[in-house]
Design a protein around this ligand. Structure first.
Ligand code: F6P
Length: 345
């Protein structure tokens, strides 16, 4: 079999570990041949590809980014895009496509399989951890560690200067990253898109700390948070090919810092972690998870398990219908947030 691989959407640490596992296991166990489609679905549409052998992928599992490049190209925005993509797969002689991506990339894989009979297998990635049908996406815990390290550092300087530091982390719709990094870094408040928060509440946390002699506070906020009376993070932004607002030109950290300084008289500064959270080498957990996902994806191709996605359930790697994974976003449950909330202020 000739197997195409692609990485789509925002990159994240662990993509290369999946590629290495799919190619190595596919070749050694099943005799598959592999073709890397460059820059996501764009590589398929434009037939921009390169051969991949186990030698080509040796040693890449520890490296961040993706050797295949990535983009947010959505074939379904093109005229007859689904059929063009299916024809491109036939022209390249592909018997299967392994798509490594988040909700958008896997949504395309699902539609190509369901509507155009393209044999696809999905692997769930995103630092946002907002894909349904899996406990964790790879890349998430690396981003949590990076954000936690940043919060630790921000805290010591906030304390030295009696400042409020508002730390903005990625997460447009789901607050997994802010929540876990905020808990790990002992943030004084955590704001996530799933739970409406008001500036009055945040001001209350800062004031109650100040009243106890702690004139510094570290507030962690997801970039997609809407703050009552401080505007909406998506206001006036342009959209990507999947219709998502591009955020963080004037992000929530800046708006929080300005508003809190004005309300409390305590000096406040924004810290935007941005793409630092997606870069660099994966932590060990993500390397292992990505490798296990890649092994299962190669097996699914070998078994003809198309229209399916690898997933983590507890300690087990399983596979689930792609349609289940992309049906709705996985959001932070209220009780998890409430457990963290007890520590605020
Ligand atoms: O979906 C992953 C993600 O990292 C989001 O958390 C973030 O909002 C977005 O990608 C940023 O995308 P870009 O790199 O295109 O600015």
């Amino acid at each position: 079999m000739r197997v195409g691989l692609l990485t789509g959407g925002g990159d994240c640490p662990g993509l290369n570990a999946v590629i290495r596992a799919v190619v190595t296991v596919g070749r050694r166990r099943y005799g598959h041949e592999h073709v890397g489609l460059l820059r996501g679905w764009r590589g398929l549409i434009e037939a921009d590809s390169r051969p991949l052998t186990p030698d080509d992928v040796a040693g890449i599992a520890v490296r961040g980014g993706t050797i295949l490049g990535s983009s947010r190209t959505n074939p379904f925005t093109l005229r007859d895009g689904g059929e063009r993509a299916a024809q491109a797969a036939r022209d390249l002689g592909l018997d299967a496509i392994v798509a490594i991506g988040g909700e958008d990339t896997l949504g395309v894989a699902n539609r190509l399989h369901e509507e155009h009979a393209v044999p696809t297998v999905g692997v769930p990635k995103t630092i946002d951890n907002d894909l349904s049908a899996t406990d964790y996406t790879f890349g998430f815990w690396t981003a949590v560690q990076i954000a936690t390290d940043a919060i630790d550092r921000v805290k010591t300087t906030a304390e030295s200067h009696d400042r409020i530091l508002a730390v903005e982390v990625m997460g447009r719709h789901a607050g997994w990253l802010a929540l876990q990094a905020g808990i790990a870094g002992n943030a004084d408040a955590i704001l996530i898109p799933e739970v409406a928060a008001s500036l009055d509440q945040v001001e209350g946390y800062v004031r109650s700390r100040a009243a106890r002699g702690r004139r510094f506070s570290v507030i962690v906020a997801s970039e997609g948070v809407e703050l009552a009376s401080a505007g909406d993070a998506t206001e006036g932004r342009d959209l990507d090919e999947f219709g998502h607002a591009r955020l963080a030109k004037v992000g929530v950290a800046q708006r929080l810092a300005e508003a809190l300084q004005e309300r409390t008289g305590i000096e406040a500064r924004p810290v935007v972690l941005g793409h630092v959270q997606r870069g660099g080498t994966p932590v060990a957990f993500d390397r292992v998870l990505a490798t296990r996902y890649g092994v299962r994806a190669a097996e699914l191709v070998g078994e003809g398990g198309f229209g399916r996605m690898t997933a983590l359930r507890g300690d087990a790697i399983v596979d689930v219908p792609l349609a289940d994974a992309v049906a709705e976003l996985k959001l932070v449950p209220r009780e998890l947030y409430e457990a963290a909330e007890t520590f605020f202020g």
